[in-house]
Design a protein around this ligand. Structure first.
Ligand code: PLP
Length: 442
């Protein structure tokens, strides 16, 4: 008899879950079986209020009929078209729609399937662009401590989250990091952008002096660092980064995988802060999280630098089988239309002050050492249990789930990013629920 394991229904062993405490999960699984609007339904029939828009991606809420219908229709009409040397109308239509809402100067969209792939694509475009303009010695990439740029080798190399890096060898060479902008001693409980820390951007000047500008291709930052636990840029910080990059011929990449599509109360954070990068990465909200898709937005100057040489030759040796996939493109078009028709980005901006005050009302709760917010993003940082970092916040996550609210934790920080359709009453419900959880926490 074969000893090969045959999975039984509900056998949880085979699926090695991503970024999950697998053994803990499989002892007490948390399963969502359906979703609608602001709520998930669990396998035991409970409603859970979504305080995280899935993973920062379902900005229009769940199972929106227009997106569902667009996917269904596209699947029946044109399921797949080769992405290389062939096209289909919806990919072009979506690229135009995206450029139409992107910050001024962004003129082209390169499609990917995730945030991680958008990051790899942007880093490669940056290095290849420098070569294309005769600056081939510019190959270095500069990231930032505590940065999250997905999980592929380029992204973890420029990223600065230690656990995402330390297990995976020596990573890319020729990478350096600026300091992070978390200054709890000076900025704790800031509402929106903190006052202190613009000078941290000057560290880029030091790095440029160390390596020489002629070796540096690009700097990549999240305008608001999300995965590390929500670090809002200090006032003046992004402006200084922009100025230093421009002065030294270094490209500035904004990783807007979470800040894109209304999350900060503007279409992109670049617009919110009035700082224009050379490349923007996005994903998540592009299709409301429903179908995997990402994009890199590039200025005309970057794109045009590649458009030289004989016309029968490929200009950029990069792309994915599913770049601009028809079903993803249909989902993207329906999503962008829905955002526009319902004015969801404006709604996020209108709700931001209510969100801010609700969140900061948790200041008096036990263990709370900082609260940060921007747009419809929020973080509550807890004092770690001595010798057991992350345990307290993880317990809060489990208790919140039992209490019917979905939050996310990273380290000892609770992060929230609800769908932009959240109502004021649901903000109260989310924050009120979290208050009860925090009050009972050890
Ligand atoms: C800023 C940023 N970049 C990249 C990524 C990676 O995206 P994905 O998980 O779609 O690969 C994320 C995901 O959270 C992110 O927040």
């Amino acid at each position: 008899m074969s000893t090969r394991h045959t999975p039984a229904p509900n056998d949880l062993r085979a699926f090695w879950m991503p970024f999950t405490a697998n053994r803990q999960f499989k002892k007490a699984p948390r399963m969502f079986v359906r979703a609608e609007g602001m709520h998930y339904t669990t396998s035991d029939g409970r409603q859970v209020l979504d305080g995280t828009a899935g993973l920062w991606c379902c900005n229009a809420g769940h199972c929106r009929p227009r997106i569902t219908a667009a996917i269904q229709e596209q699947a029946a009409e044109l399921d797949y078209a080769p992405a290389f040397q062939m096209g289909h109308p919806k990919a072009f239509e979506l690229a135009n729609r995206l450029i139409g809402i992107a910050p001024e100067g962004m003129e082209h969209a390169f499609f990917t399937n995730s945030g991680s792939e958008s990051v790899e694509t942007a880093l490669k475009i940056a290095i290849a662009y420098q070569r294309a303009i005769g600056q081939g010695t510019r190959t270095r990439l500069i990231g930032r401590e505590r940065g999250y740029h997905g999980v592929n080798f380029g992204g973890i190399s420029v990223g600065g989250i230690v656990s995402n890096r330390k297990f995976f060898g020596t990573l890319l060479t020729g990478v350096d990091h600026m300091p992070h902008t978390h200054l709890p001693g000076r900025n704790a409980f800031s509402k929106g952008q903190p006052e202190h820390g613009a000078e941290l951007a000057d560290e880029l000047e030091r790095i440029v002096t160390l390596h020489d500008a002629s070796t540096i291709a690009a700097v990549i930052v999240e305008p608001v660092a999300g995965s590390t636990g929500v670090l809002v840029p200090p006032k003046g910080y992004l402006e200084r980064l922009r100025e230093i990059c421009t002065r030294h011929g270094i490209l500035l990449i904004f990783d807007e995988v979470i800040t894109g599509f209304g999350r900060t109360g503007a279409t992109f954070a670049a617009e919110k802060y009035g700082v224009m990068p050379d490349l923007i990465t996005c994903a998540k909200g592009l299709t409301n999280g429903v179908i995997p898709m990402g994009a890199v937005l590039a200025t005309g100057a970057i794109h045009d630098a590649f458009m030289t040489g004989p016309e029968h030759l490929i200009e950029l040796f990069h792309g994915y089988t599913y770049s601009g996939n028809p079903i993803a493109a249909a989902a993207g078009l329906a999503t962008l239309q829905l955002y526009a028709d319902e004015g969801l980005f404006e709604r996020a901006a209108d709700l931001a002050p209510v969100w801010q005050e609700a969140l900061h009302s948790l200041r008096d709760c036990p263990h709370v050492i900082d609260i940060r917010n921007e747009g419809l993003i929020g973080a509550v940082e807890l004092e770690p249990i001595k010798g057991e970092p992350t345990k307290r916040a993880f317990q809060a996550f489990l208790d919140a789930y039992d209490a019917g609210i979905l939050i996310r934790t990273t380290g000892d920080i609770i992060a929230m990013s609800p769908p932009l359709i959240i109502s004021e009453a649901q903000i109260d419900e989310l924050v009120g629920g979290l208050r009860k959880v925090l009050q009972k926490l050890n």
